[in-house]
Write a protein that binds this ligand. Structure first.
Ligand code: HEM
Length: 561
């Protein structure tokens, strides 16, 4: 008896012929595809090769510059500005042409344009988290949603948040009592506070919707680590590969925490809506209208020296609509307006509301947590500068522990300069990336950036250009004296971006930061003994210090309850 098992199907000569034909056709098909790919990229490659940049390796281009720790990558990429002082550096990330710009004339071209407003493909990694929210959407959807959302951050709405800003800032000061005499990471406190403030103001729910903002803030930080990893390690970019890694399951878990919070927020606000409740559901006993300064002085002024809430007053965007332009119209806060709009049949669906809530929760907290942590650390390092901030606060408030009013924030001129200088040296969003749909001739020279390239506005590098800021590596709040500002290009300082896609939360951030930071410095003196020159910066989406933000605080006076 034979042991041979008959194959399920015959391996006859016809099968070999079919395989051979397949391989025979595959080879020319691949060759044709390569020729087509090369021809379609000829314009991109020709113009790309004319741009200044480091030597490339075959196929991978300059990918090696992105490898290593997040700190090393950031130092590598930003360090190239020293080798190419002309304000333009080209990197090939594999086949992808990426051009870093840091001349204010070129940055004006990009940021002021209504054409170059599409985000680069890297922003698509945010999609499972932020969907098509304002940060990444484009075209008609972005335009129509921006029109709905920008007015919810109008100054009139922000002024109604002042009591909650004060209440939450006092809450932070009370919690800091436990840290007196210890060295601790102030970023933990700033993250939690900024989440809770957002919940109570823009979202209009009580912070009790969440046990603490900390868990959400930590989940966001870990999500940013994953997104940053996908940007640096290009083999993790395709979803088909990423989904096979353990990072994908970690991402799933983190999104559970992040989306869990936003779902609870929307449910709670909708419930309140059904019961006819409007305005923030958060409780506060603070009523700043009764403060002596509030009524006595006009609060029409919105510009402090040469600055208008975080940008040169020469720059205007859709947040700069003056009250007179729109009459006395009542404005609603962010989530309230979105729910009202959906009820009234405006073009925003439930899913879109969720995407926007996720976007504002992310953009609104991590950025301000980083800004306030850098600010406190810098105050701790520059005691003489902190002295001046404290002196200004004492002149405004005297011995009183009354809450800050809007008018008080306008008088915090030196504190504002320190905040601007913090945002100059450590912009929380250190780069902005756009995808070019058509060729762009730069203003700074004869270079043409081809369509298909990714443009990176290198804010961090721009803010440290010697021709714009003398001694750019030194923390000097006088860089924002009106006379110095007047001499600089408007686009030499763009921590909040600028133009049609500027940050919608710019004024919100500035007002909140002034109240939060002034309340802390009215109550505590901050100390830090880390070496500023040895700061290890990492840009995992939002700029941070690799080792956190260790500080010590000493009470200045009896704390208000
Ligand atoms: C210090 C604090 C902040 C900084 C430095 C900052 C910076 C920026 C920058 C640079 C952009 C442009 C990003 C890009 O084009 O890729 C941006 C966009 C945005 N920011 Fe902020 N931001 C801050 C606070 C906030 C706050 C508090 C909110 C909301 C409450 C917010 C909401 C947004 C949104 C929704 C966008 C997208 C706008 C659009 O594309 O139309 N940001 N921010």
């Amino acid at each position: 008896m034979s042991n041979t098992v008959a194959p399920d199907f015959p391996l006859g000569p016809n099968t070999w012929t079919a395989n051979s034909v397949f391989y025979l056709l595959l080879a020319p098909a691949i060759l044709l595809w390569i020729i087509y790919w090369k021809l379609s990229r000829r314009h991109l490659v020709e113009l790309g090769e004319k741009l200044p940049g480091p030597p490339t390796l075959p196929i991978i281009g300059n990918v090696m510059s992105l490898l290593g720790s997040p700190h090393k990558t950031f130092a590598n990429v930003m360090g190239m500005g020293k080798l190419y002082p002309g304000g333009v550096v080209r990197l090939w990330i594999g086949p992808k042409l990426t051009v870093f710009l840091y001349d204010p004339k070129d940055i004006e071209l990009i940021l002021s344009s209504h054409i170059y407003i599409d985000k680069s493909t890297e922003y698509s990694f945010f999609k499972p988290w932020l969907g098509n929210g304002l940060l990444i959407s484009t075209g008609h959807k972005w335009r129509s949603h921006r029109r709905i959302i920008a007015p919810t951050f109008h100054l009139n709405v922000l002024k109604s948040f002042i009591d909650l800003f004060n209440e939450n800032s006092r809450h932070v000061c009370n919690r800091l009592k436990d840290e007196v005499g210890k060295t601790f990471d102030c970023h933990d406190y700033m993250s939690e506070a900024t989440v809770e403030i957002l919940l109570e103001t823009a979202m209009g729910v009580s912070k009790k919707t969440q046990e603490s903002g900390y868990e959400y803030a930590m989940a966001v930080m870990k999500m940013c680590d994953i997104l940053h990893l996908r940007i640096r390690k290009i083999w993790l970019r395709p979803n088909s590969i990423f989904n096979l890694t353990s990072h994908a399951s970690r991402q799933e878990k983190l999104l559970g925490i992040i989306h869990g919070l936003t779902k609870r927020v929307i449910t709670s606000k909708k419930e309140a809506f059904k019961n006819g409740m409007r305005g923030s559901l958060a409780e506060t006993n603070i009523r700043t209208e009764s403060s002596p300064n509030a009524k006595a002085r006009s609060d029409n002024t919105t510009t402090v020296e040469g600055l208008s809430f975080g940008q040169s007053s020469g720059l205007k965007d859709d947040l700069d609509v003056e009250e007179n332009d729109i009459g006395e119209k009542k404005r609603s806060a962010f989530l309230e307006l979105l729910l009202e709009s959906a009820e009234n049949g405006a073009s925003i669906t439930e899913d879109e509301i969720r995407e926007q809530v996720n976007t504002i929760m992310f953009e609104g907290h991590d950025t301000t947590a980083a800004a306030s942590s850098f600010f406190l650390t810098l105050m701790g390092l520059h005691q003489n500068i902190q002295d001046k901030v404290i002196q200004e606060l004492d002149e405004i408030f005297g011995d009183s522990d009354r809450p800050a009013t809007f008018q008080d924030t306008l008088e915090m001129k030196y504190l504002e300069r320190c905040l601007m200088e913090t945002l100059r040296m450590y912009p929380p969003v250190p780069i902005i990336a756009r995808e070019l749909k058509e060729d762009l001739k730069l203003s700074s020279g004869n270079h043409i950036i081809p369509a298909g390239a990714t443009i990176v506005v290198a804010t961090y590098k721009l803010h440290r250009m010697e021709n714009l800021y003398p001694n750019p590596e030194v923390f000097d709040p006088d860089n924002f004296l009106p006379e110095r500002q007047a001499k600089r290009h408007y686009y030499a300082f763009v921590p909040f971006s600028a133009g049609p896609r500027s940050c919608v939360g710019r004024k919100y951030a500035m007002l909140k930061l002034k109240i939060l930071l002034s309340t802390i410095l009215r109550n505590y003196r901050v100390y830090s003994n880390i070496d500023e020159k040895a700061f290890k910066l990492q840009a995992d989406i939002i700029l941070k210090r690799e080792e956190g933000f260790p500080v010590r605080v000493v009470p200045r006076k009896k704390l208000s309850a």
